[in-house]
Write a protein that binds this ligand. Structure first.
Ligand code: FAD
Length: 397
């Protein structure tokens, strides 16, 4: 074998897995179709939820991201029609971090390439899977016991391996821009507006910039058809306690997309093949989960399989362990797919939100859920539902 593991795609998931495998003493080929090491994803809001904090710390990425200008957001204020939900400082929910992909992707590539055992091979697009390996567009054949698809939502590896895809619709579209000098009026270090069904955000984006984004339901697409920027500005201007863009300077064009369906594939679809990041689960961008899932699924795969790859023992049980760990993402993705339908919130959601406005115990659980820091049961359980209902009844007596 040329390598212990071949990773296809040198972005968040691929670089994270390559770094972890390299540090575990394995020989890694990290293949990227782009030639330029500065290449990066543009369609990404790069707000990385607090649930990823521990993995980023453990890998040593957190400090390096800070050194490159990342912004940390400890507490988000959430606007609901029942009032603002504000987190208490020191409530134990880890902070979010944000670094633009133009900096993040090259940084992760540098870290991976500097890790002993990792060969970063730019300009190598995988076009074929063969027994124990891959063939690239340059005609190079590489072999390893494990091929990892870290190649994003259209995953070539998954297609070549014949992995079935499960698609679900996304009934919102989204646009955002970066600004200098935004004055936030809402509480917290950044804000989310749950306008039901529309959503909006205003969050620090690193390097002193603020990302202001809107996620309207598709019923409003026509409003954005002619003058997208004017529609965006008027949407932001109408946000309750929204950011003031009056004295701010917009430093980018509007970035966004009018359709981004959810896609899911088995993360361990066949012997010798694993999928991580978007290749396994491409979620709705609205809850900002994808980068975190990419870091975390890559770390879980490396943890599960590095030992058997090093020792030459059976990979099957390790891949099954990885699939089990990945269920954490699957459970949240089930919920995310329902939210992506842009339907009005159900009675339970309304009750919990309304209670969280006045009850810090429920607000903390809502924050841990939103940060994907604990399993969904941190919020969705009978005790929280009962307490929220009592609080709701007291408020509406
Ligand atoms: C509009 C939008 C906004 C988003 N905002 C957020 C956000 O705020 N927060 C958040 O956490 N997530 C966000 N996401 C999701 C996030 O961008 C993705 O989840 C994340 O990029 C997934 O990382 P990845 O490494 O799995 O895949 P990608 O970043 O897509 O990387 C795949 C890599 O594989 C390479 N590749 C592809 N095919 C091949 C091939 N055949 N051979 C070799 N290389 C190949 C590509 O060039 C690329 O480098 C957003 C997504 C969208 C669409």
């Amino acid at each position: 074998m040329d390598y212990d593991v071949i990773i296809v795609g040198a972005s968040i998931a691929g670089c994270t897995a390559a770094t972890a495998y390299g540090r575990a003493g394995l020989r890694v080929a990290l293949l990227e179709r782009h030639h330029n090491p500065q290449a990066h994803k543009t369609l990404c809001g790069h707000f990385i939820l607090g649930g990823t904090h521990d993995v980023l710390q453990r890998l040593g990425f957190w400090q390096q991201m800070l050194d490159h200008g990342a912004a940390v957001t400890p507490r988000l204020g959430i606007w609901t029609d029942a009032g603002w939900i504000v987190q208490r400082p020191g409530n134990g929910v880890p902070p979010a971090i944000s670094l633009r992909r133009s900096k993040l992707d090259p940084l992760l590539r540098d870290i991976a390439a500097a890790t002993p055992g990792v060969d970063l091979l730019m300009g190598q697009k995988v076009v074929e899977l063969v027994e124990d390996g891959v063939v690239t567009n340059t005609g190079t054949t590489l072999r390893a016991r494990l091929v990892v698809g870290a190649d994003g939502h259209r995953s070539t590896v998954a297609q070549l391996a014949g992995v079935p895809e499960d698609h679900a619709p996304n009934e919102r579209f989204l646009f955002w821009a970066y600004y200098e000098g935004v004055r936030m009026s809402g509480p917290g270090d950044g804000q989310v507006w749950q306008l039901d069904p529309d959503v909006a955000v205003c969050v620090p984006a690193g390097d002193g910039l603020t990302l202001v984004g809107v996620f309207p339901a598709k019923a409003r697409l026509a409003e954005f058809a002619d003058d997208r920027l004017a529609a965006f500005d008027s949407f932001v201007a109408r946000l309750p306690s929204g950011p003031s863009l009056a004295g701010a300077r917009r430093t980018s064009n509007l970035v966004g997309t009018t359709d981004y369906p959810c896609v899911r594939r088995d993360p361990a679809p066949r012997p010798g093949v694993a999928l991580i990041g978007d290749a396994a689960t491409t979620s709705d961008p609205v809850p900002a989960v994808g980068c975190g899932w990419a870091f975390r699924s890559a770390a879980w795969l490396a943890e599960a399989t590095a030992g058997p790859l090093r020792d030459g023992t059976d990979l099957g049980p390790a891949l099954r362990r990885y699939r089990r760990a990945h269920r954490f993402i699957g459970r949240y993705d089930d919920i995310g797919r329902r939210d992506a339908l842009a339907k009005p919130p159900n009675a339970l959601q309304r009750t919990i939100r309304s209670a969280a406005v006045t009850d810090p115990w429920i607000a903390r659980r809502l924050a841990a859920f939103g940060a994907r820091a604990e399993p969904p049961s941190v919020l969705l359980n009978p005790v929280v539902a009962g307490r929220a209902l009592l609080s709701y009844l007291r408020q509406n007596r």
